[in-house]
Design a protein around this ligand. Sequence first.
Ligand code: HEM
Length: 410
Amino acid sequence: MARFDITSEAFKREPHDTLSALVEAGPFVDLKIPILGKMAFATQFDAAMHVLKDKRLFAVDGRNAGLKSQFGLRWLPKTFQLLGKNMLTQDDPDHRRLRKLADGPFRAIEIDALRPAITTLADQLIDDMERSESPDLIEGFCRPLPLMVICELLGLPLDDRPRFMRWMENVTNAKSVISMVTLLPSLRKIMSYLRAEVERRRIDPAPGLITKLVQAEADGDRLSEDELLANIFVLFVAGHETTTHLLSTSVLTLIQQTDVREALCADWSLARGAVDELMRYNSPVQMTKPRFVREDTELLGRTFRKGDKVMVMLAAANMDPHEFENPDVFDIHREKNRQMGFGGGMHLCLGIHLAKAEAEIGLERLFKRWPDLALGVEASSLRWLGRTGLRGLTSLPLSINGAQVIPKAA
Ligand code: HEM
């Protein structure tokens, strides 16, 4: 088991060899990760798809697999338990009901209508970075762009953004059970802020998804107060941090792969295929949430007992040579790129069209403004996030048209 290191910064920096070895050792490999402990990971494409699609055999709520608790953990603070009412931690029929209530604004057609607004936001951020003495691409672009877009979609006031970013940063930095406890105050602040926003919408229905969810609850009594808060929260967390890491890793890859960048800059209609390949190659979300086995079974040569935990290593499935020819090669012209970076099955990412649009637009606006964007430091000195399961940079110092741009806190 110790053979595979999937938590160190070295792995985040250069994950491909380890991922290929995980594919080879699959379809299931036992790994130990912080907080959740030891479990089987599906590391090959077919096994990964099977776990995500077979809802008869796999549940996301441990209680549907005979366990006492939803997450299969012995102890969890109350505030976390409340968050368990979000769609990602519910099985059908609750999952279907919650997803249906939220999915309208995330359909491809709705997201296409948002493209001009996303373009304007991206340009404003680039203008600000150009004016700033010490801009950092993560702080100035990769983090605020998705955050501003999700604020817009939910209808949260943009003025609250700095406060929210601070709280969210604390919440999303948990690496261990101990840091889960220290993030509780921020989590409570977020929940009481959202509770107040929900109350405000009951009296004054401002535009945005929060109002729609509040009204859905009032109309048909279909969304409890806890479900409402948990789902707004998950849209917030899932809707910005993941996309931040897609943007940061994508910019790095395009800086390093000069040929691809030049091809893209000559024809931005290639952006759609490029973003799919950037998702596959970088897998910013490296693994799914755990699934729980509903009954004793044998799957692809492995025996599982009722209640066992299984996770899907999306980043490894994305390197499976049976699905992707020459998986190590970054090829934006790949045909039928079924990359798994957004998961699969009934919990397939709700924000898939939004995240792709943000990446396509964000990369085009950045490289159109700064075609000679380069690293301001050696690639080896870039710092990678320590959090297990997420792959992204903590800062990205750049050199624009030959002038070095140093981040505020490199
Ligand atoms: C690059 C950006 C993103 C990546 C890589 C990503 C990845 C994922 C993955 C892997 C899952 C499935 C997890 C599992 O099965 O355990 C998921 C689910 C989800 N994502 Fe995303 N996501 C991204 C952006 C977004 C955005 C922008 C939103 C919305 C604002 C969003 C909202 C959600 C929601 C609500 C779910 C749960 C869906 C369900 O349970 O039915 N995500 N995402």
